[in-house]
Design a protein around this ligand. Sequence first.
Ligand code: 9WN
Length: 438
Amino acid sequence: AAVPFAPASLTASLHARAALVLDGNWQGASTVPSRSLYPHQWSWDSAFIAIGLRHLSPVRAQTELRTLFSSQWDDGRIPHIVFNPAVPHDAYFPSPDFWRSRTDGRPSGAPPVLQTSGIVQPPVHALAVWLTHRADPGLSRTEGFLRRAYPQLVSWHNYLLRHRDLGGGGLVSVVHPWEQGMDNSPCWDPPLSRVTPAPAGSFTRADLAHGAPEDRPTDLDYGRYVKLAMDYRDRGYVDGGGEFAVEDPSFNALLIASEHALGLIEAELGIDPAPRHVRAARLTRVLVDRLWDERHGVFLCRDVLTDELVEEHGVAGLLPLILPTLPEEVVARLVDTLTGPRFGLGSSTRLVPSYDLTGACFDPHRYWRGPAWFNVGWLVERGLRMHDRTGLAAGLREALITTAGSSDFAEYVDPFTGEACGAREFSWTAALTLDLLH
Ligand code: 9WN
């Protein structure tokens, strides 16, 4: 007999499938982004993963974040990868022997026991800590979860604001495209073009064994990633003086959103949160002053070494939508850009592409040069809801949930067809789907 259409049971089974993905990728104290492609712990992945895990097990979500924080360096940085020593070195490139965080005379106070990378990723962690706390405040208080995380988060944000204001204007710079998390976004093309790539034969990529080469960054990109990371390592991970420094709207918006989350954490711990919210509001104004492009209705990257804005419209330029004190006229312009021809939400696509659909570099399958990613969609949905665009938010939420299910929780998808690209059973896709279902 035909089974009647029953959305409630579909939701239940999607929930169960997402939970299975997270169980399968759980390593005992943290979660790998993907068993095949990324077999270690990644920084911003763990933040997004905790945001979903909290609905399955607040304890596991707390553990996920605590494991990451145990890799924090003395200078406050939280490294972008914490390596699992049980995984063979050739499973992922660059491996610990490339980063050398644990050599004699450890650089910048890297942890003595763990092996980590030396670059960072977007600071979504305070937001993840706050949301994880909210999932079970009683348990969180018993565990002293906020009390323990708070000083680590403060020193993480201080590292960024004190050591990474390389442009001197108050915003944080990334020193490597991997730090911002959208590795091969066309926004990096102009600043990267000045970097002489490491010779092709001097390293071996591991990613191509797991992913379609046409969906991944090119060899030329990799040569430049390797060169920048090697130079930073050889400077002892001391900030300033590198060939790449960019103020990115998404990285800075996530820091500001996390500053607001730190304010909520402070209020809960009995600390006056007012200075924190004031600082976040001030940073929001600086973001608008330094990166807002009034003409195109989008935030741009600033190349700190030339002090010029990069004229490429990546989705990072829309993510300040998550900021509560963004002026309403800026919000309105961002929503116009999101729903207009360049990002097409609600017309040419139901998802959020990672790059301008009309841009010269647009490619619906190549990684961060067009495909839709679920963490980006989750952030945009949150921003739309925060600024009362509830109809748009609801449509996006539904499309994200449906596509996550039909793509087997893909790493990223073709923004027009929803076709799966990259890894399947990708952790943050499963985690954020769980969050959207709640
Ligand atoms: C380099 C783990 C990470 C994500 C990044 C994504 C990709 C790594 C890579 O995978 O980057 O850090 O090897 O391509 O771009 O956002 O955190 O999922």
